[in-house]
Design a protein around this ligand. Structure first.
Ligand code: URA
Length: 237
């Protein structure tokens, strides 16, 4: 909705009065003075008129243990989606901060905070994402070196940034990547002549999948987990 209409409705004033309130700097959206009466405002914005709170956005952040077979999507005619695992009011409010393939299990983050989720998932932030990987063939000796140097992704025309591979067994490894490109882990293993048979995300930055969560369960993030997403200009370690 346009800001002038929103203010008019909330204050029961005319749109002309609302525009005057806006252009004279009395309206704040998300703690910033906004003088553009045409600016769009959605239900996720916190809006103030002087000191009066007209609408409050309560940020919500959750981690979900994604089970195998669920799509990272809001709805799908064929497959169950992760949204169906959430309580009804949350389904309408949350979006996914990064996706996992249908067959992938593990850590999935959901939030209603668009800025926060963008920062968590932007490749430029280089947030480490750790995966347990099972493969069809024994992992080649040169794979760790190839991943450390970067794998060329032809579709995007980019090289993956250096990734760390820790061998856990002939067909099992822990891989840390710093972007989240489409099917990235599967494509990296394909590039070294192998095939991923199981994939489980253990962590994103300092946010680790809570071991007490069974597949399909979720919990709110702690303030420390929320705060680990970098503010503009800084990096998450
Ligand atoms: N890489 C993949 O290939 N799939 C996922 O689900 C996540 C990362």
């Amino acid at each position: 909705m346009r800001l002038d209409r929103f203010i008019a409705r909330q204050t029961e004033q005319s749109q002309q009065t609302a525009r005057l309130l806006i252009t004279t700097g009395r309206v704040q959206v998300d703690d910033q003075v906004v003088r553009d009466a045409q600016q769009a405002v959605d239900r996720f914005a916190t809006v103030r008129l002087d000191d009066r709170l007209l609408q409050q956005h309560t940020p919500l952040h959750f981690m979900l243990h994604k089970p195998h077979g669920y799509l990272s999507a809001t709805c799908d005619p064929l497959h169950p989606t992760v949204m169906e695992l959430l309580a009804e009011p949350l389904r309408q409010q949350l979006h996914l901060a990064g996706r996992l393939d249908r067959s992938t299990t593990g850590l999935l983050i959901l939030t209603n905070d668009g800025l926060w989720s963008r920062r968590l998932t932007e490749p430029g932030q280089r947030i480490p994402k750790v995966y347990l990987v099972g493969t069809a063939e024994p992992i080649a000796a040169h794979a760790a070196e190839c991943f450390a140097q970067g794998i060329h992704l032809a579709r995007e025309g980019v090289d993956t940034s250096p990734a760390q591979l820790q061998l856990l067994g002939p067909c099992q490894a822990r891989l840390t990547i710093h972007e989240g490109r489409h099917h990235q882990v599967k494509r990296m293993f394909h590039a070294v002549g192998n095939r991923v048979t199981s994939l489980h995300r253990e962590s994103m930055g300092i946010i680790e999948l809570d071991p007490t969560l069974h597949p399909g369960q979720y919990r709110a993030l702690t303030p420390r987990e929320i705060a680990c997403v970098p503010v503009a200009g800084s990096r998450l370690v």
